[in-house]
Design a protein around this ligand. Structure first.
Ligand SMILES: [Zn+2]
Length: 157
């Protein structure tokens, strides 16, 4: 689980009353300051992190938020639910950024060369955790002071 996944989960389980706190946490973690918790801020965060993507968001009949983000050429959109429309768009955005980050780590990985797995000693497939991205190339690790991320880095090197 990466820091992005932790963030996406935090947004998914947050109640409407936590919206303000969650927006502040997400923006602090991502090094953004797009504004207070609101639909406008969720859109600004989406534009900042996924400038090539489109999005849509709204409300279910049960008054929950629902949002999707997609890039040109995507075959389908995955809907993400959260307590409010703004949180749902934030969740969809963070999820897309997490997937992009994972793809970049995989493509740059010197251990598996982008395959995502290596051959284990016993001949089986070993799912690759990917070599760490060099310092400075990893926007999340550059912007955060997350002791868990720093521990991961120390363990990988
Ligand atoms: Zn790898």
């Amino acid at each position: 689980m990466t820091a992005f996944d932790v963030l996406a989960h935090r947004i998914a389980v947050a109640g409407a009353a936590e919206e303000t706190n969650v927006f502040a946490e997400v923006q602090a973690t991502l090094g953004l300051d797009s504004g207070p918790a609101s639909a406008d801020t969720a859109m600004a965060v989406h534009r900042a992190l996924l400038p090539a993507n489109g999005f849509q968001f709204g409300e279910t009949p049960g008054r929950r938020g629902l949002a999707s983000t997609w890039a040109r050429g995507d075959a389908h959109m995955t809907p993400f639910e959260a307590a409010t429309p703004a949180l749902a768009l934030l969740r969809a955005t963070v999820h897309a950024v997490a997937r992009r980050h994972e793809m970049q780590r995989r493509e740059a990985c010197t251990a598996c060369s982008g395959r995502g797995w290596t051959i284990a000693r016993d001949g089986g497939k070993h799912i690759c955790r990917h070599a760490p991205i060099p310092e400075g190339d990893d926007p999340l690790k550059r912007r955060t002071h997350d002791p868990v991320a720093q521990q991961d880095r120390a363990a990988d090197s």
